[in-house]
Write a protein that binds this ligand. Structure first.
Ligand SMILES: Nc1ncnc2c1ncn2[C@@H]1O[C@H](COP(=O)(O)OP(=O)(O)OP(=O)(O)O)[C@@H](O)[C@H]1O
Ligand SMILES: [Mg+2]
Ligand SMILES: [Mg+2]
Length: 549
């Protein structure tokens, strides 16, 4: 029987209340208290030998990330229950998600496509054939007792991710790095356990059970928290651009496990600890840097590193042991008997006879639909518009900002370098001040382009243009010309008019008349702070009519 939807009323009755598991916490607490030193094979010999204090300065951090990205799809990986996170507990659970006997997994094509698109964007080789395996855990929020994953032959392998971060002594240099992606595997998410300490019970919500995940495993190519956080941010941006994961870390859509060890450069890698489920890029950096320092101290004091799973406590900024890993954790991997190998095809020509081409995943079609990726877009911004690299980062990081900028550029005579100044300062300044998203900006790209055109024509000064921008923000329905008129901000170039203004200024400030009438004094008549090009016009006026001197 194939897994059916969450529509069954019997199932709903059974699951719409929380399922109680009183024993779960006891099991977990037991596990946490049994911590042994890693003694398995090679890793036990890889403790860096630190005999004296101070030698730890030679030790370098080594970091490898495993990132779980929830696939942005309407239904789960192997069942047609909805992916719905804010709905009432256990309201989106198919028979399969609750592991009812007799249910079978049916693979969701959208999830496969998401993994292939992600693999392509990360320069991976897409395996034309991949396999599913069972990985066994005893967790109450995983009622089957195993997770379906891709341990032996994952869908994508051997990729890379290029990311940049501010480094150097003063942390003001943009440094570019590359981390290798070992593999991307499709797997199921688990449900959620909620611990009710007062009543000493654990409540289970299976809405998340069976949601499609991509686990991205990176090689241990990084060396500090800043690098890892930057890699996570870049990956988040790529996934959001692709639409394969929404990437909201605080909602658990992107969860990071950071593997950390220390070693002396040139020597084999040290024993790693794994800091699990970090849910913000900032915490990734803090957890890793703490863990590197902790390991250095342990070794310096003659201790050894235990291969264990740890958790990051954001309040204290420290990592704390959760459970021992190696030795205790035996996942008892086995091939998933209910799922055939997964095949993806290069193009229509490679689809075997008898297979419906509309029912398969074709790589060339997905490749053709790949959007412009953040790295490519940044490079294009710098190249095409001659803007600063740091501005290209801001443009790409903010959803829709590149499109906004390019629409302004298309509609104005102003140079892109001038446009970027207005976008960075005036537009983003106002949005940040009022905590608005770009889509909520009262000033459209076309309206900003109009303003810049009026500024370019010399009809208003740049300080007047800033005043007009603020007025446009308050009254977006008004056209730029109308606002300039209403506020009387147009530059005066009529000589008669200028003379009248001067006369008025002189008349209304008799005390200033005692000041010797030098050229420079005339240029700041009445203490008016005139803009340099206005001053220039005054200069010309004075030169044309020396009687004014
Ligand atoms: N010595 C090391 N120091 C730091 N990171 C390491 C080291 N050795 C391996 N890693 C990293 O640890 C991660 C191992 O992930 P992988 O999914 O292969 O195994 P796992 O952590 O044992 O399994 P699980 O998926 O159950 O957590 C990779 O990101 C790898 O780069
Ligand atoms: Mg892993
Ligand atoms: Mg791991």
């Amino acid at each position: 029987m194939a897994a059916s939807s969450s529509g069954s009323s019997t199932l709903k009755r059974t699951l719409c209340t929380f399922i109680r598991y009183r024993s779960v916490r006891c099991v977990r607490q037991c596990n946490a208290s049994i911590r042994t030193v890693c003694t398995s094979g090679s890793t036990s010999q890889l403790q860096p030998k630190i005999q004296s204090k101070g030698v730890s300065s030679q030790l370098r951090g080594v970091v490898g990330l495993e990132i779980h990205a929830q696939i942005h799809a309407t239904s789960k990986l192997f069942a047609c229950s909805r992916v719905a996170f804010c709905s009432p507990p256990n309201s989106s659970v198919a028979f399969l998600d609750a592991s009812l006997p007799g249910t079978l997994p049916v693979l969701n094509r959208r999830c496969v496509e998401a993994a292939v698109i992600t693999g392509l964007a990360l320069n991976c080789t897409i395996n034309r054939k991949s396999l599913f395996d069972r990985k066994h855990y005893f967790y109450a929020d995983m009622p089957a007792g195993y997770q379906i994953t891709q341990q032996r032959l994952p869908i994508a392998v051997n990729g890379s991710l290029i990311y940049s971060y501010f480094g150097g002594r003063k942390r003001n240099q943009v440094l570019s790095r590359c981390v290798r992606i070992k593999q991307i595997q499709l797997e199921q998410d688990s449900g959620k356990s909620l611990h009710d300490d007062q009543r000493s019970q654990t409540l289970i919500d299976l809405n998340r059970a069976g949601v499609g995940l991509m686990e991205l495993v990176m090689e241990a190519d990084m060396s500090c928290g800043d690098e890892a956080a930057a890699a996570v941010r870049e990956l988040q941006l790529i996934l959001q651009t692709l639409g394969t994961c929404q990437g909201n870390m605080s909602e658990g859509q992107l969860r990071v496990d950071a593997n950390v060890s220390v070693h002396c450069p040139g020597e084999p890698l040290g024993v790693r600890t794994e800091v699990k489920n970090i849910n913000s890029a900032r915490y990734v950096a803090r957890a890793i840097d703490y863990e590197i320092q902790r390991q250095k101290k342990v070794l310096e004091n003659g201790g050894i590193i235990v291969n264990e799973t740890r958790a990051f406590d954001s309040k204290s900024g420290t990592t704390i042991p959760m459970r021992d890993k190696e030795g205790l954790q035996d996942y008892r991997f086995m091939p998933e008997p209910n799922l055939p190998p997964l095949f993806v095809y290069e193009d229509e020509a490679s689809v075997p006879a008898g297979v419906n081409p509309t029912q398969v995943v074709m790589i060339d079609r997905l490749k053709a639909e790949l959007p412009e990726l953040p790295g490519v877009r940044r490079a294009r911004m710098v190249d095409q518009y001659k803007i600063l690299p740091e501005h290209s980062f801001t443009l790409v990081n903010e959803d829709g900002l590149t499109e906004y900028f390019e629409r302004v550029v298309r509609n104005t005579k102003a140079e892109p370098r001038k446009v970027i100044g207005w976008v960075m300062k005036e537009l983003l300044g106002n949005l940040n001040q009022q905590s608005l998203k770009l889509a909520q900006s009262p000033v459209s790209p076309e309206a900003l382009a109009d303003l810049l055109n009026v500024l370019e024509s010399g009809h208003i000064s740049s300080s007047a243009a800033k005043v007009v921008f603020q007025e446009m923000w308050k009254a977006p329905e008004k056209a730029v010309e109308q606002l300039v008129k209403e506020l009387d901000l147009g530059l005066v170039s009529d000589r008669e008019k200028l003379l009248k203004i001067c006369q008025k200024v002189v008349d209304t400030h008799p005390e200033q008349l005692n000041v010797p009438t030098t050229k420079s004094n005339l240029l700041t008549i009445g203490g008016l702070d005139l803009e340099s090009h206005t001053k220039l016009k005054w200069k010309n006026t004075l030169q044309a009519d020396p009687t004014l001197m």
